[in-house]
Design a binder for this molecule. Structure first.
Ligand code: ACM
Length: 268
C-alpha cells in the first residue's frame, strides 16, 4: 500500500487558494492514501466563533470536499484531511476520509487544544475504523496524541494505520507518536502544517516535521520543519497485525481490562 502526506502552509481564510495548492500537489500522485493537515483549508487560529462559522463548511454542501472527491476519483486515491465542519448550529474540528465515491467517514476531534475550546464544539463521534483497499484505518486529530486511549482504542478496533491530521505548535507529539506506534504496533501518518497564523489576537507558529512511523515505533521518514513536502512510501499494512513484542508477550491479549476500571471513569 502506498501511503503518504502533504505538508504545506495553509494561508488563513484563503480556502480556495489552499484547496488549489492541494489539488496541484496531488494532481498526478500515485498513492492509495494521503493525509493532509488539520484545518487544511481554513487555517487554524480563528479570532472568534463567528469567524470560524463563516469559514466552516457543511460536508453535504462543501465545494472543498467535492473537489477532493473528484481528485480521488481521477487518481483512485483516498484522502484524510482536517477541515472545519459546520453541522446543525455546531462547528467541529473534524477529519474526513474521502475516496473516489464520496465521503466515507467524518471524525470530530474529541480533545480540543487550548483556545480551540473558545471556538469549537467538542467532538461527539465515537472512535471508529474504516476500510481502505482492504486496510483498516483510524482517524485522530492533533492533540488527541496526548490521550493514549485514542490510539489504543483505534488499535483495539483493528486499525492498522492511524491517520493524524495536525496543526502542532508544541514539540512533543512527534516523539509521543513513536511510542503510540511502539505500544500499539500500528502505522501512523502525522501530517503537520508549517508557517504562521498571524491574527489580531496573536500569532501561532506551526512546527512541521510531519512523519510516518511503523509498528515498533520505527520512524520511516520525518519532514523538515518549515518546508512543503509531499512524501509517499510503500508499506505492508499486515505488519500491524502482529502484536507480539516478545516471544511471550502480545500487546493486545496481555492487557488486563479487569483491572482498568478507572480508565472508563471521569477523574473529577
Ligand atoms: C492542536 O491540537 N492543534 C495542537
Amino acid at each position: 500500500m502506498r501511503i503518504g502526506y502533504f505538508q504545506f502552509r495553509p494561508l488563513f481564510g484563503k480556502v480556495e487558494k489552499n484547496l488549489e495548492k492541494v489539488i496541484t500537489a496531488l494532481e498526478s500522485v500515485e498513492a492509495d492514501l494521503i493525509v493532509l493537515p488539520e484545518l487544511a483549508f481554513t487555517g487554524y487560529y480563528f479570532k472568534d466563533r463567528q469567524e470560524l462559522i463563516s469559514l466552516a463548511e457543511d460536508p453535504d454542501d462543501s465545494p472543498t470536499l467535492k473537489n477532493l472527491i473528484e481528485l480521488c476519483n481521477r487518481n483512485n486515491l483516498h484522502i484524510v484531511t482536517g477541515f472545519a465542519e459546520r453541522s446543525s448550529g455546531k462547528v467541529f474540528n473534524s477529519s474526513v476520509l474521502v475516496g473516489p465515491n464520496g465521503i466515507e467517514h467524518i471524525y470530530r476531534k474529541l480533545h480540543l487544544f487550548n483556545e480551540e475550546k473558545n471556538t469549537f464544539d467538542p467532538g461527539d463521534t465515537p472512535l471508529s475504523v474504516q476500510t481502505v483497499k482492504g486496510t483498516r484505518i483510524g482517524m485522530m486529530v492533533c492533540f488527541d496524541w496526548a490521550f493514549p486511549e485514542v490510539a489504543r482504542g483505534l488499535t483495539l478496533m483493528g486499525a492498522e494505520i492511524i491517520c493524524h491530521p495536525s496543526n502542532l505548535v508544541l514539540t512533543f507529539c512527534q516523539k509521543a507518536m513513536l511510542t503510540r506506534c511502539l505500544e500499539n504496533r500500528v502505522f501512523a501518518v502525522t501530517t503537520n502544517r508549517f508557517g504562521v497564523d498571524n491574527r489580531p489576537q496573536g500569532e501561532l507558529k506551526f512546527t512541521g516535521k510531519s512523519q510516518i512511523v511503523a509498528p515498533g515505533g520505527i520512524l520511516i521518514h520525518r519532514a523538515a520543519s518549515q518546508t512543503n513536502e509531499l512524501f509517499i512510501t510503500e508499506i505492508d499494512p499486515a505488519e500491524a497485525k502482529n502484536k507480539s513484542i516478545t516471544p511471550l508477550n502480545d500487546l493486545l491479549s496481555d492487557r488486563r481490562p479487569d483491572c482498568y476500571d478507572a480508565l472508563l471513569k471521569n477523574s473529577q
